[in-house]
Design a protein around this ligand. Structure first.
Ligand SMILES: [Zn+2]
Length: 419
């Protein structure tokens, strides 16, 4: 199973936009750009929406059949662990092994000692093609990295073997993720984490580190863009070098859990990919749901009323909605418009406030983030919402396709001359 050089993780809360999402990758293919679609959905998301992994599989299969998509595509059990992987095994063929919670747990002292012994040859200046001055590594650093990450990587090994024992090795794509934590992993840490992943026999196709800066859901990157760009280039160099050095899959690549819409770093990512001729998995968050909401608002009438109602409810239930997403949203409550005000908005005003267009004076990132995590409220109306999606499909689908293609695919993957 080959993921391909470029792949795009597409989230779809309600599972109704598969065709519209795939249409964006068909457009890319028409320009000569091959990107593998991966429908990702986490346990948290399934629980909130009330869906099952089999629903995501059905969506992906139906979209591929309806669009005549003959290329590979995958269904990602996103951010799973031993506790919840079983319900995903049958329907998924891509597994994101999330071991962030196991970082800094104490590993067996014997394992740490063995790791340090076997990898101490890398102490000193580590020459890596693409990193000008090389990486500086000390013995103490190797020991500290082993102490911090070995337990987590061993946990990934356990999850991997558990899946492989049911599905069979080589029958699925494996990603190891450590992004949902506060501390970014440095390129040096990544090098040794990859060594540990190889020791565990995990044929990782992608690795998702925590990068410098904040990756809030549905809004732009917050942090030092230049620092990110340098770190990202060093990470690309480390991944390519480590894949060969440790016998990991040759097409091993970085996975960026973007949370969608990281426009200010999309340029640096694009340039780095071209510079290193590197692959990338870009995981987007469920912003397709925001395009549904924008489409409903654009439709006007009862659909606009519904979109406003979601905001009004979200405003009231903000604490409850923020709880599962506390570490990945930054909502400035003083910037949230009062529901009575929103009640009188035109459809244009609602969409302009929601849509991520930084040149528009009405755009409000707090409003957008609150609605991003408010999909639970639409899920509560279940039938009503699904019927509205069907009724206004002609307005919603082009929003979904254009969002993925214009704002993500073009900026991240396409040669600047074509984009
Ligand atoms: Zn993630």
């Amino acid at each position: 199973m080959i993921l391909g050089k470029y792949s795009l993780g597409i989230g779809d809360r309600f599972g109704r936009q598969g065709k519209a999402q795939l249409a964006a990758l068909i457009k890319a293919k028409e320009t000569g750009l091959d990107i593998t679609p991966v429908w990702n959905k986490s346990h948290r998301e399934h629980t909130i929406v009330g869906t099952k992994p089999a629903d995501t599989r059905r969506e992906a299969d139906e979209a591929a059949a309806a669009c005549g998509w003959k290329e590979p595509y995958f269904v990602d059990a996103d951010h799973i662990g031993l506790k919840n992987v079983d319900r995903f095994i049958e329907s998924s063929d891509f597994f994101t092994l999330d071991v962030a919670d196991f970082i800094s747990r104490p590993a067996d002292e014997k394992d740490i000692a063995r790791f340090v012994r076997e990898r101490s040859k890398y102490a000193g200046t580590l020459e890596i093609p693409g990193i000008e001055m090389g990486l500086h590594v000390t013995q103490e650093q190797i020991r500290a990295i082993a102490a911090k990450y070995l337990f987590a990587v061993k946990q990934a090994g356990e999850i991997y073997r558990h899946i492989a024992s049911t599905k069979g090795a080589g029958k699925f794509i494996t990603e190891v993720s450590m992004d949902e934590t506060d501390q970014p992993q440095t390129p040096v840490e990544m090098f040794f984490i990859l060594a540990a992943i190889a020791d565990e026999g995990i044929p990782a196709a992608t690795i998702a580190p925590k990068f410098t800066g904040r990756f809030n859901k549905g809004v732009d990157y917050v942090g030092d863009v230049t620092a990110f760009a340098g770190e990202f280039e060093r990470d690309l160099a480390v991944v390519a070098f480590a894949a060969a050095e440790f016998g990991l899959p040759r097409d091993l690549k970085l996975s960026v859990h973007s949370g969608s819409d990281k426009f200010s770093i999309y340029g640096p990512i694009n340039r780095a990919l071209k510079k290193f001729d590197a692959g990338l998995h870009l995981k987007t968050a469920g912003t397709t749901w925001l395009e549904e909401l924008a489409g409903l608002a654009l439709a006007g009438g009862e659909a606009l009323w519904f979109a406003k109602e979601v905001y009004m409810q979200a405003f009231r239930r903000i604490d409850e909605l923020c709880r599962p997403y506390a570490s990945v949203v930054d909502i400035d409550r003083s910037r949230l418009p009062e529901p009575v005000e929103v009640h009188f908005w035109t459809r244009r005003r609602f969409v302009a406030t929601l849509r991520h267009d930084q040149s528009c004076k009405d755009y409000n990132p707090s409003f957008r983030q609150l609605l991003h995590i408010a999909y639970k409220l639409a899920a509560e109306t279940r039938q009503y919402y699904l019927e509205a999606l069907q009724k206004y499909e002609a307005i919603i689908a082009p929003q979904v396709t254009a969002n993925l293609y214009d704002r993500h695919v073009k900026r991240v993957f396409m040669s600047p001359s074509l984009a």
